[in-house]
Design a protein around this ligand. Structure first.
Ligand code: GLN
Length: 196
């Protein structure tokens, strides 16, 4: 089968790391900034970065509505950290007026690890991805406060707080596989693209 053509939303954030991860896996990767870029891809990654900035830029670039429509039409998307926030139907601790694309029936709390543990690393057991644990890097990370009936938790910290979710073709993680050489989430995303 041809290489799946997928986009990385390239308004702000760790775009290059995602593009590399997807390229490593054989995808045909495009940077997405305008509606016509989105129309040319079959899946979209929403990078880590600053969700309030990506939200504002997506509205300024006329991308909010096209992305919402793509989600409604079933386009697979994978959001890491800020990207997870952008895919959440509901957020807490957003800045004034902050909006999301939505799609995941979850409530996500921004910057959930305050103070000294703003950034940390840990290993997560995610049986769906195989025996090898996932080394997860959290950077001013959000957590999934509430998983709604439509969404499924894929991973949680030892205290039970949910840090990875899936709902149909939408995937979100609080942490950054694109930064550690972990490729299983991106592979899972490309499988969703191929299946769509
Ligand atoms: N704290 C950031 C936000 O609210 C997310 C941080 C990240 O993507 N590493 O968007």
């Amino acid at each position: 089968m041809n290489a799946p053509r997928v986009g990385v939303l390239a308004l702000q954030g760790d775009v290059r790391e995602h593009a590399q991860a997807l390229t490593d896996l054989g995808a045909d990767v495009r940077l997405v900034r305008r509606p016509e870029d989105l129309a040319a891809v079959h899946g979209l990654v929403l990078p880590g970065g600053e969700s309030s900035v990506i939200d504002k830029l997506s509205r300024a670039f006329g991308m909010q509505q096209p992305i919402r429509e793509a989600i409604a039409a079933g386009m697979p998307m994978y959001g890491t950290c800020a990207g997870l926030i952008l895919l959440a139907d509901r957020i807490t601790d957003g800045i004034d007026g902050q909006q999301t694309f939505g799609g995941l029936d979850v409530t996500v709390q921004r910057n959930a690890f305050g103070g000294q543990v703003e950034s940390f690393e840990t290993d997560l057991d995610i049986p769906e991805l195989g025996e090898e644990p996932v080394h997860a890097v959290f950077i001013r990370a959000p957590i999934v406060e509430h998983v709604g009936a439509e969404a499924t938790s894929l991973a949680a910290l030892t205290d039970g707080r949910v840090v990875a979710v899936q709902q149909g073709a939408l995937l979100g993680t609080s942490f950054h596989p694109e930064m550690t050489g972990e490729r299983r989430f991106h592979r899972h995303f490309l499988d969703l693209v191929r299946a769509a």
